[in-house]
Design a protein around this ligand. Structure first.
Ligand code: F6R
Ligand code: MG
Ligand code: MG
Length: 379
């Protein structure tokens, strides 16, 4: 049976700044989907990660279905109404366009979808991250699908021996989808050369070379590129099918023990490590640290089991402690050097104006009559 898994997520307002949506807001989205999705959806699961609400849906409409996308868009519109009534911060902030045009791609919400022939048992993982951007998944996906040091299945399981095909998108190219396909293991150096730059090159999907089946789908939208200016971090969602011809659940989860540094945190403008957290977690220290949650499911004929919280296990407490230590260590250097993102990735433009004003006060020694640097007058 062919099933489509779609997850569409947006930040449409939260309590206390950017911490988490209100209970009433979540309920509004939940009720909207329950009421208007009947007959269209086979199943759904509504959750939040930080200030983002994700609508996970199973259905038979295929990828990019206008009906499915409109349902999610309208649910977010209904939620925005409530967010405004409650005075939530950033009400409707990710709904960047006024009218729906058939697909939420390019309109603000993030979307990850895949259609596949359902296996007799179909385990999959739904990841949601907050205070970061889609390239945050580059390293975990590389490790899970291309690195034997992380994934022994690549040498142990005959089903995985042929490796995987990666589709990578150049997210700076806004005139269309600019993509490249690379296969592991033959092209892992080429893959690494691209994935090391997660602000520009983002893994969009991963496919089994043995069977041609899709293993992973990542939301690649960059609000930054849609709005023409920074409007917040993209807070990407991802779907990963696991076991059999794909890496085992544990192989897909293992890379999150690294707590790798990603773009995000305070004012969307800092480098901080990604912390694996429990489902429905909020945000705290330094408007961060960036977080990732993972709901594990099994499905049959599109019906979902309850979600299991993949990062709730006590093992992850040690990881969280270490990520907190790494976070504090980085924060000790404030705005200097690697702690803050490069100019093009900053969420605020104030610093550009400051630098422009300062620029006119620079002098080149020997080129001006007064060779000493002029003092900048306090304004
Ligand atoms: C938002 C974020 C937050 C805000 C900060 C200031 O993506 O990460 O750190 O940037 O809370 O928000 P404003 O400027 O809206 O007061
Ligand atoms: Mg937000
Ligand atoms: Mg967010």
């Amino acid at each position: 049976m062919k099933i489509t898994l779609s997850v569409i997520k947006a930040d449409i307002g939260s309590i206390g700044g950017h911490i988490a949506p209100s209970r009433r807001l979540l309920e509004t989205v939940r009720e909207y989907i329950a009421k208007n999705g009947s007959g269209l959806l086979t199943d759904n699961y509504i959750s939040h990660t930080g200030d983002d609400i994700a609508i996970l849906m199973t259905h038979g409409q295929g990828v990019g279905s206008p009906r499915i996308h409109k349902l999610a868009w309208d649910a977010f519109l209904a939620g925005t109404q409530v967010a405004k009534e409650q005075g939530l911060y950033g009400a409707g902030q990710d709904l960047l366009k006024d009218s729906f045009s058939g697909n939420v791609k390019g309109m603000g919400p993030a979307v990850a979808e895949m259609e596949f022939e359902e296996r007799p048992n179909e385990p999959f993982l739904f990841f949601a991250a907050d205070k970061t951007d889609p390239g945050a998944y580059n390293l975990p996906l590389y490790l899970a699908f291309a690195d034997v040091m992380n994934t022994p299945g690549l040498i142990l399981s005959p089903n995985m021996a042929q490796g995987f095909r990666f589709v990578v998108m150049d997210v700076n190219h806004t005139e269309g989808d600019r993509v490249i396909e690379l296969v592991a293991p033959e092209q892992i150096y080429d893959l690494a050369a691209l994935l090391r730059d997660p602000e520009r090159y983002v893994v969009e999907s991963v496919w089994s070379r043995a069977t041609g089946e899709q293993a992973a789908a990542v939301a690649t939208s960059r609000l930054h590129n849609i709005a023409g200016k920074y409007t917040g971090k993209d807070d990407p969602v991802m779907l990963v099918r696991v076991q059999m011809n794909f890496p085992a659940t544990g192989e897909v989860l293992a890379p999150y023990a690294h707590g790798h540094f990603v773009a995000g945190g305070m004012r969307g403008s800092h480098q901080l490590p990604l912390m694996p957290v429990a489902l429905n977690s909020g945000i705290s220290y330094f408007d961060g640290p960036p977080i990732v949650s993972c709901a594990a499911f099994a499905e049959h004929n599109g019906r979902l089991t309850e979600a299991l919280d993949a990062f709730a296990h006590p093992f992850w407490n040690t990881v969280r402690d270490r990520v907190a230590e790494k976070t504090l260590e980085m924060r000790r250097q404030g705005f200097f050097g690697a702690a803050m993102l490069p100019m093009g990735e900053l969420e605020y433009t104030g610093i550009m104006e400051k630098l422009k004003a300062l620029d006119s006060h620079f002098t080149v020694r020997g080129e001006t009559p007064a060779s000493a640097p002029r003092q900048v007058l306090a304004r």
